[in-house]
Design a protein around this ligand. Sequence first.
Ligand code: AMP
Length: 371
Amino acid sequence: MTEYNAPSNIAKPGGVIGILGGGQLARMLAMAAAQIGHKTHIFCPDARCPAADVCATITNAPYTDEAALRQFAKTVDVVTYEFENVPAETVSFLTECGAIVRPGARALEKAQDRLHEKDFLNQIGVATAAYHGVDDLHSLEAGLAKVGRPAILKTRRLGYDGKGQTTLTDSDQDLPGAYDKAIQFAWDEVGAAPSILEGFVPFQCEISIIGARSADGDIRLYDPVENVHRSGILKTSTVPTAITEATAQKAAAIASSILSALDYVGVIGVEFFVLSNGELIVNEFAPRVHNSGHWTSDACAISQFEQHIRAVAGWPLGDPARHSDAVMENLIGSEAAAWQSLAAEPNACLHLYGKSEARPDRKMGHVTRIS
Ligand code: AMP
């Protein structure tokens, strides 16, 4: 263990940051940690994960393997995670073993369950889409009566990149018997799992804010970015956005209030819908570095990845100011095969995640074009 200087000073240069998960986010976190002198210990069931190429140590074991978790806890100064679906039991067990886990269990618990997340946001005065918890066909019908159509049915847990969701449109009602069939179909689509029905938000655009909070409560926010999705997967993030300064300030205030209410330590991604009148609705937040913050690696002095490592390590946060305009484009499936022409493009910063198999919908890398 590294010697402690002050309660918030957890990992000095040379310290070890434990990361649960070994995907591309862990890979980019590990590279940022190395830049400021830390080593990383990845805990991931998959030996061939993207972070394996760049970390100091890797443990390949299931997240439920207590012996492996106990050993992992002994070797690290602080633990963080790269995805919000880390089992809550894994985090409690690591905490029992004496590990400090950042962001803490509270943020994880809210972000893992869309219903708890929306309840929490509303409790702290943050507007969301109208919603209703769904446990069966009866509550689905009650939800439709409450939120209207079109509506989106989403599983409460384990959904990502538009997976585990289905839309109920107006046209379902036109034919005799079609209404019941559509409800049954939607319920089957989400695997009859505990779900949430959300009213469709007629947004003008989608934005997100990447923010960070340090152990001593300092908050730093990156500029908002405009996001465009394709088939439920983020395609591009563009900064600066066309939103007004007033809307940007509102988004910043909301992101800050979420960070404070969660007593959060680390980087968070908050996704918003922007309405035509400039009002904001929060879609969701991710308690981790976020795909819509990848541009910060090339357009800011301190990337979201370094910022997260600084926060969880108990360091002062860095300056999130942007020095360039940027458009980040995800390279999905076969798109990364164009690496040669992308590498030859001026002002294009290419990031490839080292994944050997390019499955459709799989994020293989991204390119950030700066100007
Ligand atoms: P999510 O998995 O909740 O992030 O949803 C993925 C994408 O689906 C969002 O980025 C939106 O483009 C769209 N979407 C999700 N929920 C809603 C909603 N309530 N109203 C309109 N569009 C939505």
